[in-house]
Design a protein around this ligand. Structure first.
Ligand SMILES: Cc1cc2nc3c(=O)[nH]c(=O)nc-3n(C[C@H](O)[C@H](O)[C@H](O)COP(=O)(O)O)c2cc1C
Length: 374
């Protein structure tokens, strides 16, 4: 029987175990540049089979929150090279989550104070995180976006391609395309944020076109086996909605099955909320989604996330429901989560007040099990 603690090869990437650190935005990279504190944070967590970085903007236009890192300046890439070097030295593997926030942004974060871009000019009922002049953080309403013009889309695909190349050059083992949680790719996918009348709007095939063009741009540049993707079929995060998530995401995974990707990452339910959350009148059938993917010839590793504890993770891998489990909040508070899960040791509780922004407190100062036992 396969165990959560067994090694696995996902595409081109060999992992020591099936425990993954989920992407976690921490707003601790001023100037969009990863720094030595960020190096320490990732290095501390390198015993995970795979680390997925916090969402990382592919361009300035893709930025939506204060002090999140980027992938588009020399300084940021030099910073990331320190992170990947430290993680590799500690025996870990790390991919970067590639992010374009689309409409989940604020004019103050955009180039020349312009409007954020999206599939359509529909403002999200959502908040973003800004830093005030005095250094304190606040949540602010996202700005009204403008709809991307057709002629702009090739430029954004080129941004994804360039960022993927830059990520590999900075030492990452691969990339995760962020197609979840109501950001740009998800804004194209769902009818609640996409009312376009061109080839990127209307029927599912059109709304999914942008996603597949991004996958094409990235896989042609860095290879399919170093590319993973994250989706969140029913999450309401960032004002996401679609009345027929099952049909939409079945189409998406059937299309993804044509690529030899490293993994498909599914957020089950509402991100950070109930696992049984549903949109529309029927519960979402994740098993049917997985079967549709496999029936279409998909061979990538299946990674699941949202509210997993030790028991559910162990059981889900043993029963073959999933190949890998991504943990978010447990990794914030437990740098040595793998050892704690192995030993069935108690977990530290994450401190919500220090999730976003700040310094070492609530970031790199969570104790290891051995420090607590001693
Ligand atoms: C502080 C924080 C930051 C997050 N940042 C991201 C992110 O950058 N990208 C992403 O896809 N999800 C992000 N998420 C969602 C997590 O990856 C994960 O889906 C969620 O926490 C549920 O998993 P868990 O129950 O194991 O924590 C974030 C969650 C938290 C709590």
């Amino acid at each position: 029987m396969t165990s959560l603690f067994d090694p696995i090869k996902i595409g081109d990437i060999q992992l020591a175990n099936r425990i993954v650190m989920a992407p976690l935005t921490r707003n601790r990279s001023p100037g969009a540049v990863p720094n030595t504190l960020n190096v320490t944070y990732y290095e501390q967590r390198a015993s995970a089979g795979l680390l997925i970085t916090e969402a990382t903007a592919i361009t300035h236009q893709g930025q939506g929150y204060a002090d999140v890192p980027g992938l588009y300046t020399k300084e940021a890439l030099d910073g990331w090279r320190q992170v990947t070097g430290a993680v590799h030295k500690a025996g870990g593997k790390i991919v970067v989550q590639m992010w374009h926030v689309g409409r989940i942004s604020h004019t103050s974060l955009q180039p020349n104070g312009g409007k954020p871009v999206s599939a359509s000019a529909i403002q999200a009922k959502s908040k973003t995180y800004l830093i005030n002049e005095d250094g304190t953080g606040t949540f602010a309403e996202t700005s009204e976006p403008r709809a991307l013009e057709l002629v702009e889309i090739p430029g954004i695909l080129e941004d994804y391609r360039k960022a993927a190349r830059a990520a590999i050059d900075a030492g990452f083992d691969g990339v995760e395309i962020h197609a979840a949680n109501g950001y740009l790719i998800d804004q194209f996918l769902r009818s609640g944020s996409n009312v376009r009348t061109d080839q990127y709007g209307g029927p599912i095939e059109n709304r999914a076109r942008f996603l597949f063009e991004v996958v094409d741009a990235i896989t042609r540049e860095i290879g399919e086996g170093r590319t993973g993707i994250r989706i969140s079929p029913v999450t309401p995060a960032n004002d996401s909605s679609d009345p027929d998530a099952q049909a939409l995401f079945t189409y998406v995974v059937e299309g993804l099955a044509k690529y030899k990707l490293s993994y498909i990452h599914i957020i089950e339910g509402a991100t950070g909320g109930p696992r049984d959350f549903q949109q529309g009148d029927k519960p979402f059938d994740y098993k049917a989604l997985q079967h549709a993917y496999e029936k279409a010839g998909g061979k990538a590793a299946w990674m699941t996330n949202n509210g997993y504890d030790r028991e559910l993770a162990i059981q889900s891998v043993e029963e073959g429901k999933t190949d890998l489990v991504a943990f978010g909040k447990p990794f914030i508070a437990n740098p040595d989560l793998v050892q704690r899960l192995k030993d069935n040791a108690p977990l530290n509780t994450p401190d919500q007040a220090t999730f976003y922004g700040g310094g070492a407190k609530g970031y790199t100062d969570y104790p290891l099990l051995e420090q607590q036992v001693a």
